[in-house]
Design a protein around this ligand. Structure first.
Ligand code: AMP
Length: 397
């Protein structure tokens, strides 16, 4: 398992307004691609970043680019080329979030009124994000000028070449000053992308995080959206569906662990369930661990402090009944057990309330993986609000 660095956004030496803005937007820790790419890109060197979508790629290229931009110059200094309109719009939204209103941005995509885009450029846009076709159109009309350009970014370069944009990209790159920085992002590195890179970049530094995964691959990880009042029912369903050989259920509090233990021992009519937390006497804790190791326990309800020390090979499932408070705890809960799991592929399922989406994203950034949603056959762990209200109305309550 890759150990996590303690890098912060401030440690990159980014402008303090940017750092404050990132904190306000809920960006706590840099994702692996950000931690690797930002320091190199800040030096002005050409970079090739290999990373999957959803791993924080946009901030990885946008933060250093924005840092190198001259805020007092009302001319296009950053050009981001993306293969589709949707992706361009996504990059645009993310860039707006990242710059906190300090940079003038323009969007250059087809299928949207060109006059709005022309106006944005005439108003002194400093960065433009767009698809190759429309960018060429704007260049031809003479409204987009690239003589002050400092950085060009080719996002999802492999997809761009798939779609057959190669001549367009080359034409655009010929309009860019020789003295510039080129950043290329791609999920894969096929031959045409490498060729493009070799022709249009100077001694690029490679950052490859495509295979990177801080939690071992033998663990399948999921999240499930759960309403607070459906957590217990959901846990019962998950256990019924998964039939774990041995599972650890993590809660945030000792009281929470005791309560779940009490309810589940009763509901499941089983003595193969135990709880472990820091308030229990050492002798009791030792016995629980002994029983778990001997296979006498099927379900252990644990808090983080004690859970971290558990070192058992038969654990097949980790259930985060409460989403961990810190991303590191997620890695400890899941990564540790994953490494020790000998029962084939282990699974980790994290319960997330609808108001905890940000916490889930922080975990995903930390582990460099987008978690798929877990489904329970014939059961909804979260009922959309309007539906609950409608039901209440129907029953006249
Ligand atoms: P991207 O891979 O750039 O499409 O980013 C995926 C999502 O993660 C976007 O919604 C970003 O707002 C979010 N994101 C990117 N970096 C971070 C970070 N360091 N911390 C939290 N969220 C992030």
């Amino acid at each position: 398992m890759q150990l996590l660095s303690d890098t912060t956004f401030a440690a990159f030496g980014l402008n303090e307004k940017t750092v404050a803005n990132l904190a306000a937007k809920g960006y706590e820790v840099p994702s692996p691609i950000q931690a690797e790419l930002i320091p190199i890109a800040l030096t002005g060197r050409d970079c090739i970043g290999q990373a999957r979508t959803g791993t924080g790629k946009t901030a990885a290229f946008m933060l250093p680019s924005m840092e190198r931009l001259d805020l007092s110059l009302p001319a296009v200094q950053i050009l981001v080329l993306a293969p589709t309109r949707e992706l361009s719009e996504q990059v645009m939204e993310e860039s707006k979030k990242l710059c906190g209103g300090r940079i003038r941005l323009a969007l250059g995509v087809g299928g949207r009124p060109i006059h709005t885009q022309i106006r944005q450029l005439e108003n002194g846009a400093q960065a433009i994000v767009g698809t190759p076709g429309r960018i060429i159109d704007l260049l031809r009309r003479g409204v987009l000028k690239l003589d002050k350009l400092k950085i060009v970014v080719l996002d999802e370069a492999d997809r761009m070449l798939d779609i057959g944009f190669r001549p367009d990209i080359e034409r655009i790159l010929k309009h860019c000053p020789q003295q510039r920085q080129t950043l290329l992002l791609s999920a894969t590195m096929p031959e045409p992308v490498e060729k493009l890179a070799r022709r249009y970049m100077i001694d690029p530094q490679m950052v490859d995080l495509s295979e990177d995964n801080v939690v071992v691959d033998t663990i399948e990880q999921f999240y499930i959206t759960v309403d607070e009042n459906r957590k217990r029912a959901t846990l019962l369903r998950v256990i019924a569906q998964e039939k774990p050989a041995q599972a650890i259920v993590f809660t945030r509090t000792k009281r929470g662990a005791d309560k779940l233990h009490e309810i589940f021992s009763r509901r499941l009519k089983s003595d193969r369930i135990a709880a472990i937390h820091g308030d229990l006497p050492q002798s009791r804790r030792d016995r629980v661990i002994r029983d778990l190791r001997a296979g006498k326990l099927r379900l252990l309800i644990a808090t983080d402090v004690v859970g971290r020390g558990i070192d058992i090979s038969g654990i097949s499932h980790i259930i985060n009944y409460d989403i961990p408070e810190f991303c590191d705890d997620y890695v400890h809960r899941v990564g540790r057990t994953g490494r020790l799991c000998s029962a084939g592929n282990g699974r980790a399922i994290t319960f997330v309330r609808s108001d905890q989406g940000g916490e889930l994203t922080n975990i995903e950034m930390r582990i460099n993986t987008v978690l798929p949603e877990y489904r329970i056959d014939g059961f909804e762990a979260s009922v959309p609000r309007e539906r609950t209200q409608r039901k209440i109305r129907k029953f006249g309550v």
